[in-house]
Ligand binder design. Sequence first.
Ligand SMILES: [Cu+2]
Length: 475
Amino acid sequence: MTDPTRPAGPRPLPGQGGPPVQRVALALVGVVAVVAVSLAAVLARPTLVDEARGPHAPAGAAAVGATGHTTAATVTIKGMAFSPSSIDVPAGDDLQVTVINHGDQRHDLVFANGTGTDTIAPGAQATVDVGVVGADLDGWCSLPGHRQMGMTLTVVAVGAAPSAPKAAMATGTATTVPTMTQLEQATQGAPPYPAALPPLDAATERDYTFTVTEGVQDVVTGLTRAVWTYNGTSPGPILHGRVGDTFHITLVNHGSMGHSIDFHAGELAPDGPMRTIEPGQQLKYTFTAGRAGIWMYHCSTMPMSQHIANGMFGAVVIEPAGLDAADQQYVLIQSEEYLGADAQPADPAKVAAGIPDLVTFNGRAFQYDAHPLTAHVGDRVRIWVLDIGPNASWSFHVVGTQFDTVWTEGAYTVRRLAAVDGPSSGTPGAQVLPLLAAQGGFVEFVPTEAGHYAMVNHQMSLAEKGAHGILAVTD
Ligand SMILES: [Cu+2]
């Protein structure tokens, strides 16, 4: 069941669309994945990264005569830090900095005067001529979120006049946050992410290719955001299997920076299969689904909050044994968006503060208000839910219903008794399925009348940011 009207394949990034262009359609359990542009050859600094850097100019504002001397410094990267994080330079010297990347992913070092390296692969090094240092000067890694995680460096101009107070860290943020009305309008013309649970086939060995690309997605008219995706959509493909199935994943990185994948659905040592791979590389990741659940997968490259907030997540549904029949099965995944400037990744300061601009079901705020899910009166409806985060929790409620069955994180908390079924049976019920980030489960209910049943995060401020949709029930 592939749907050629699939939304939301993000567009290629401006400036990264040059040849060679690959367009690959991968059918993956009911999801057509539209892969954007091969970025494997783009090894220069990603254009996603755009912290303001001025023109090349002598470092610092103070007027200091050039000494004619050059100071050479070496800085190493380990984890998410520069070592040393401060360099002393006699004022007036020309500064050359060699950066050696001992980290596990790409980094760069840029300076406030506009100089900087291109991105440096793990194990590689690069040298930047910073120019004549006349005053103290800030440096940082410009990959999304890296500066906010502590990848900063200070050049101290020894002997220069005291520097003026430093400006606040620029993060690049959306100048306005879209209104509910704008968001609802934006979803009208955008085909929804298919929420139906992909059907379960007889396979026990399952092969998938997950291709990482980076692109931009319309949020509302006049505002786009960078999205990093598995197979062109966010969420990525929803996989569906049984306990005991083995999943053979090939992860291919066509992005411009390091990426990775972490499947909660299997148990293994993370070191190899969850490692970050460079643009152009691929890895094999095989796991056997030993336990039932709706399991998260996500990019686990640092900073994880940034990679998840930019769209790198999805779900693996492993059915518990003895699951009752259902007439409709849907999957809703909640995640948050922290809008950066137009076409930019998530604003790291907003991510760190944990207050999202938008909260979405299946990657887009309010999309199932414009495109309701459907059921008939008397249908047994099962909704699988998974809270991706990266931060927010989810109090899942369907207005007008009571859940007669709730299964979460390995167990039923409420289960209907078929012998005494029905809304007036007196058997237990639940009004919400509460989920913290990375928790999941399913609920079941039977709508008794035709109407429009709102599916919400009952933390109402989050519902009003987009965690809201409609189940349209007809006779
Ligand atoms: Cu990633």
